[in-house]
Design a protein. Sequence first.
Length: 94
Amino acid sequence: MLLFIFRQTHLTVNLIVQLLLGVPLEMVHRGWRVVLIYLSGVLAGSLATSVTDPSVYLAGASGGVYALITAHVATIIIVSYLKLFFAYSINNEI
């Protein structure tokens, strides 16, 4: 019973993260780029699991969710850096 509850919670959290991070990323970076990042994360997660434990067969979205989280953090860092850079260059013009 406890395993069933964990699986349902895991599935729900993955779905919520995909919606909360995937939709804004698609609005900023176009859909095909987000799909490419997501599928790359799924593939990398599956390959990493296959290397560490070859007896496990895996098809999951957790790697894709981690890729979306990483892409979202990278977008935040890049946007904040660009705001800082352009604010500095505009204020220091002669």
